[in-house]
Write a protein that binds this ligand. Structure first.
Ligand code: FMN
Length: 210
């Protein structure tokens, strides 16, 4: 059996991918094919990086027990981030804050995602840690193009050692983003963003774009 090249599998129009790539936090438990995971990472590693250093490593978590353990760490990290902002429990999150409510639910269910891709930097230097960002975006775009849901999430410094121990990570390597991947329980849909005029200037800050 010949497998189709990733380049050919990612045939969804780029505009459709970019304008419809929302964070998908509710995932079906159905497994994701190995070929799809490989395609996501193949797309990711085509990204540019500083001096082409490619300072990334993708740790794919598929084993149920590893996912469960990481899910517990993620949930702890999520609440640690909230605690930094003075939020200590669900009662502190307003019902109308739909993003936070949805993120909280995902933190509870994180360990049930069929796969989690940990986007790691191979060194803790700022240039390497930020150098994995374009690759992560490529990974998300590829997921959308393959009909897979994903969300980029970051960790909290308080769990760095636990994550390193769980995955036998070498000294210096850092998880920068954890991306749960699976088939969406809801629907893909258009993203909601500020209008262009609010995000732009021309020639001087604040001068409207032509
Ligand atoms: C760097 C970065 C970190 C993020 N971290 C989290 C996170 O920890 N948990 C989460 O649920 N969503 C996280 N998100 C997803 C954003 O909340 C989401 O992209 C944003 O609210 C816009 O929603 P949309 O992508 O569905 O349009 C993160 C996004 C980025 C770019």
């Amino acid at each position: 059996m010949t497998t189709e090249a990733t380049e050919d599998r990612l045939s969804m129009p780029l505009g459709e991918v970019m304008f419809g790539m929302r964070a998908i936090r509710r995932l079906k438990p159905d497994p994701v094919a190995d070929e799809d995971i490989r395609s996501l990472i193949e797309a990711a590693i085509q990204a540019p990086s500083p001096s082409n250093r490619q300072p990334w490593h993708f740790l794919v978590v598929r084993d149920a027990e590893q996912r469960r353990r990481f899910g517990e760490i993620y949930r702890r990290a999520w609440w640690a981030k909230r605690a930094d902002a003075g939020i200590h429990g669900p009662e502190d999150i307003p019902a109308e804050d739909r993003v936070a409510r949805s993120a909280m639910r995902m933190a509870d269910e994180f360990g049930q995602a069929p796969a989690v891709i940990l986007v790691c930097a191979t060194s803790p230097s700022v240039i390497d840690m930020t150098g994995v960002i374009p690759a992560t975006q490529n990974l998300l775009l590829a997921a959308r193009a393959l009909g897979l849901g994903a969300t980029i999430t970051n960790m909290h410094p308080s769990v760095v050692d636990d994550v390193r121990a769980l995955f036998d990570m070498p000294e210096g390597a850092r998880v920068i983003y954890a991306v749960p991947v699976g088939y969406p329980r809801g629907k893909f849909g258009p993203v909601s963003r500020k209008p262009l005029a609010e995000a732009t200037s021309q020639d001087r800050w604040g001068q409207p774009l032509a």
